[in-house]
Design a protein around this ligand. Structure first.
Ligand code: CLF
Ligand code: SF4
Length: 297
């Protein structure tokens, strides 16, 4: 019955610090930075820093091989009993690194079967991997969707690579939106909890955010996370000649408020790094240096 399904979803969400407001005080997350490459170019990213799909640009994560990443996850799980979820969120796009990402997810599933698996992606390659994700048991997926309208999206993305071809402008925007929509719908159909992240970019998509939220609600997404753009020339933000303004706190609050009519809004996001470890807002990665990770335990 629908109420039983809703109950199951609510239970799944309750132990995930990002999906549940009460959960974020009780449960910790860990990100495994196994995915260096990206298949598109957002104007606000210059690749020297972590992906803004989820993470705060500005510091480069330490890249791990899948075996190292999983050994580190075991070490962290033993040290932090509140750990409930392991996510892959960069530093590039996890699905532009299919081999590394899936090897990591499969090893995690075998070696740490009690932890939730989580993934964050720009969505370009999502439709192709929905079944694989579901088979492995990834039941939380975040898709960064900054626009639904290609006229808006083409101001945000410079280009993308798809099946060996490079696309720019309107063609790239159309393709990305179509692929994101297909992937999101398929995941929701399979009972995966989908969170939509949107980077709020003043003058580019602030007026458009309500349309995104409304569509996300119609698809049946679980949560909308509207994150303020971090715009610093040193982070490669190339909007406009004099740099793109960041939204102020009032703009973030008012956009979230209007979007809140269509979708539950996340307000406790910390724009974590792609290698963050601990409770949200906390990063204990430095306590687990690679040299201390037993690779062949
Ligand atoms: Fe990580 Fe993202 Fe999974 Fe959470 S973070 S992959 S859904 S486990 Fe959470 Fe961090 Fe915000 Fe992301 S606070 S940046 S929303
Ligand atoms: Fe950068 Fe992430 Fe955008 Fe790729 S999807 S260009 S890594 S912000």
């Amino acid at each position: 019955s629908p109420s039983r399904v809703n109950e199951q979803l609510a239970r799944k969400a309750a132990q995930h610090p990002c999906y549940s407001v009460s959960g974020h005080h009780r449960f910790a997350r860990m990100h495994l930075a196994v995915a260096p490459a990206c298949n598109l170019q957002c104007h606000y990213c210059n690749r020297k820093y972590d992906c803004s799909n989820e993470s705060r640009p500005g510091v480069v994560s330490e890249l791990l091989l899948p075996e190292q990443a999983v050994a580190k996850a075991r070490q962290v799980a033993a040290a932090i009993p509140q750990l409930s979820v392991v996510g892959i969120a960069g530093p590039g796009d996890p699905l532009a690194n299919i081999g590394r990402t899936f090897q990591t997810l499969e090893l995690l599933r075998q070696q740490l079967p009690d932890l939730k698996l989580c993934l964050s992606t720009n969505g370009l390659m999502l439709p192709d991997v929905v079944d694989r994700l579901v088979d492995i048991g990834v039941d939380h997926v975040t898709v960064t969707m900054n626009a639904l309208d290609p006229a808006v999206a083409e101001k945000i993305y410079a280009w993308l690579w798809y099946e060996g071809e490079r696309y720019t402008g309107r063609m790239a925007a159309d393709l990305l939106i179509e692929r994101q929509a297909e992937g999101i719908r398929k995941l929701i159909e399979k009972g995966v909890l989908v969170k939509i992240n949107s980077v709020l970019i003043p003058g580019i998509n602030d007026q458009h955010m309500q349309a995104v939220s409304q569509q996300a609600g119609e698809w049946g997404a679980f949560l909308h996370n509207i994150m303020p753009l971090i715009s610093r020339p040193e982070h490669g933000t190339v909007f406009g000649l004099n740099g793109q303004a960041e939204p102020d706190a009032d703009m973030v609050a008012s956009v979230r408020k209007s979007c809140g009519m269509s979708m539950p809004q996340m307000t406790h996001c910390h724009q974590c790094r792609a290698d963050a470890i601990g409770m949200l807002g906390e990063d204990r990665n430095a306590a687990f240096p690679l040299a201390s990770v037993p690779v062949n335990p």
